[in-house]
Design a protein around this ligand. Structure first.
Ligand SMILES: C[S@@+](CC[C@H](N)C(=O)[O-])C[C@H]1O[C@@H](n2cnc3c(N)ncnc32)[C@H](O)[C@@H]1O
Length: 208
């Protein structure tokens, strides 16, 4: 048994409705690895239960897996806005939300994350950044004013398969921008932050 199997065996099991989304994503889509998956999904759910947010935002829905995990922690009147730019995913995402008890609390927006976000007149308790890696810093600056003091940002893939340790190729905009984001957040006095070495790196940021 490897360490990851051990961790999964001794952590919360993946709820059946999410295992179904996971399986369907792997069967029907290319790049299924973009989905958060069992371990990160349970971490997202647990973190949200700890923070008890009422208003949440997610940038980058993909097939809805992480949105469902986070929505598990919402109270009856809570809402999670999630933004996805790929309109070909819309029916698949809506089907996944409809197949779960928490799906009714999730509001799906199809469009560009930065443009849609501008139109959302909400103050958020928690935001999950997981869309275009080249835009992380722009997302961060756009999200921060919409986050309540004491609110949290979770940013996914911030270790980018370890590429953040190497000198990036000049055309590798994703690595360059993730590194730029990490450097900026590390120095930003407006927030408290820590990178968790979970999966591909998950940064937890608290607005002071
Ligand atoms: C890593 S996947 C999200 C995975 C999902 N959060 C999960 O954990 O299951 C990133 C998603 O962001 C979407 N995306 C990329 N650029 C975007 C943009 N500018 N606006 C909105 N969504 C975007 C992609 O189409 C893709 O579905």
């Amino acid at each position: 048994m490897n360490l990851e199997d051990y961790i999964l065996e001794h952590s919360e099991t993946e709820p059946e409705y999410l295992a179904k989304v996971n399986r369907k994503t792997h069967v029907k889509l290319i790049n299924p690895r973009m989905l958060s998956g069992h371990l990160q999904g349970r971490v997202l759910s647990l973190l949200c239960h700890m923070v008890q947010p009422r208003r949440m935002l997610e940038l980058g829905t993909f097939t809805g897996y992480s949105a469902l995990c986070m929505a598990e922690a919402l109270p009856e009147d809570g809402v999670l806005h999630t933004i996805e730019c790929d309109d070909e995913l819309e029916d698949f995402i809506r089907e996944n939300f409809a197949g779960s008890e928490v799906g009714a609390k999730i509001k799906l927006h199809i469009g560009d994350a930065l443009k849609v976000m501008e139109q959302l007149d909400e103050v958020f308790d928690l935001v999950f950044i997981d869309a275009d890696k080249r835009e992380y810093l722009a997302y961060y600056e756009a999200v921060l004013p919409k986050l309540r003091p004491g609110g949290f940002i979770l940013a996914d893939n911030t270790l980018w398969a370890g590429k953040v340790l190497e000198k990036p190729h000049e055309n590798d905009k994703q690595t360059i921008e993730i590194m730029h984001f990490n450097d900026f957040v590390a120095k930003d006095k407006r927030v408290e932050k820590v990178i968790l070495p979970l999966r591909d790196g998950l940064t937890i940021i608290r607005k002071k």
